[in-house]
Design a protein around this ligand. Structure first.
Ligand code: RRO
Length: 309
């Protein structure tokens, strides 16, 4: 069974990687992903200046997934740019996630990333739900359009966008129509956490996390069907782009479902946080076993081939 794939002219040993934000904050965590069985990995979304993020507790696992309001804690874009500049790209591809607090901040970081001319693939985060006072850009279509126009003017390579989940066909249509105006947007990562959910502890009658009165983004089992719908919606609407699937993946079967729905690569968030980087070897083994059982030899045998009734 062959799990290898190509994406944006890079070779991947398998389609698995972390979701940005999970296990990718500092040198130690990033090095663990480099050493893991993941086919690629991505750095924590960064801002112009380092950020401490929101007060703790700001992440909790639940029986069905997780809730977080981290608030974009990161070491600042200079750290991540330095990290990606030193990476050995013959080992595996590396993505750099960027989440400026304003259009101007994104342009300042993009200028520096362009000047550094690193082989890292940029994933522009348009969907952080957790910075108080900063709405998710991709829920404001005019702001998203303006951001993409400005970033495409400033940057010279293909890049991708990290999208929030949408829940209405009209929103899939509107978002895809805007993305399709920008050929430089080579891939769409669906989905970020479902923003501003509320998890409650019945025993203590208390919210689970401290920031924003307990409101935070949820991941894990809660989000798999929403993630699959968003992957497939953008796969159908953006024929000239790739889709990266993210949401609710903790078994090889769930990786298979994302690939079937149209994902080219599959990210792991909550399950990676809970199980650690050894999860990538397990997921690769489970995906290979499922493919063998079905008689599939390569990802191309089933990727994007979801059947309808
Ligand atoms: O750091 C966060 O609070 C965070 C970010 Br930037 C994001 O994009 N998604 C998320 O669930 N948390």
């Amino acid at each position: 069974t062959d799990l290898s794939t190509r994406f944006l002219d890079c070779a991947f040993a398998n389609p698995l990687m972390n979701a940005s934000g999970v296990w990718c904050y500092d040198q130690t965590e990033l090095d663990a992903l480099n050493l893991s069985a993941a086919g690629a990995y991505v750095t924590k979304s960064c801002t112009l200046e380092p950020r401490a993020g929101n007060p703790e507790p700001r992440y909790k696992a639940t029986p069905l997934g997780s809730i977080n309001s981290m608030g974009l804690p990161n070491l600042g874009y200079r750290f991540y740019l330095d990290y990606v500049a030193k990476h050995d790209y013959a080992r595996k591809p590396l993505f750099m996630s960027v989440a400026g607090l304003s259009l101007e901040d994104n342009l300042a970081m993009v200028r520096e990333i362009k000047a550094a001319n690193v082989p890292a693939i940029m994933e522009l985060n348009l969907s952080c739900p957790n910075v108080p006072g900063k709405p998710q850009i991709a829920y404001d279509f005019d702001a998203m359009d303006a951001m993409l126009a400005a970033v495409c003017r400033e940057y010279d390579k293909p890049f991708g966008v990290k999208m929030p989940p949408y829940f209405d066909i009209a929103h899939f249509d509107a978002a895809a129509e805007i993305l399709n105006r920008y050929p430089q947007v080579a891939f769409v990562t669906c989905i970020n956490s479902i923003g501003n959910a509320l998890a409650i502890d019945t025993e203590t009658e208390t919210v689970l996390i401290k920031p924003k009165d307990g409101f935070g983004g949820i991941g894990g089992d809660y989000v798999l069907p929403t993630a699959l719908a968003n992957v497939n919606a953008f796969f159908r609407r953006c024929p000239d782009k790739k889709v990266i699937g993210c949401g609710g993946v903790k078994t090889g079967e769930q990786v298979f479902q994302h690939l079937l729905a149209g994902a080219s690569l599959v990210q792991v968030g909550t399950a990676l946080q809970e199980e650690g980087p050894a999860i990538f070897a397990r997921l690769a083994d489970e995906l290979a076993a499922l493919m063998a059982k079905k008689g599939y030899k390569t990802l191309g045998d089933f990727q994007g081939k979801l059947k309808t009734l």
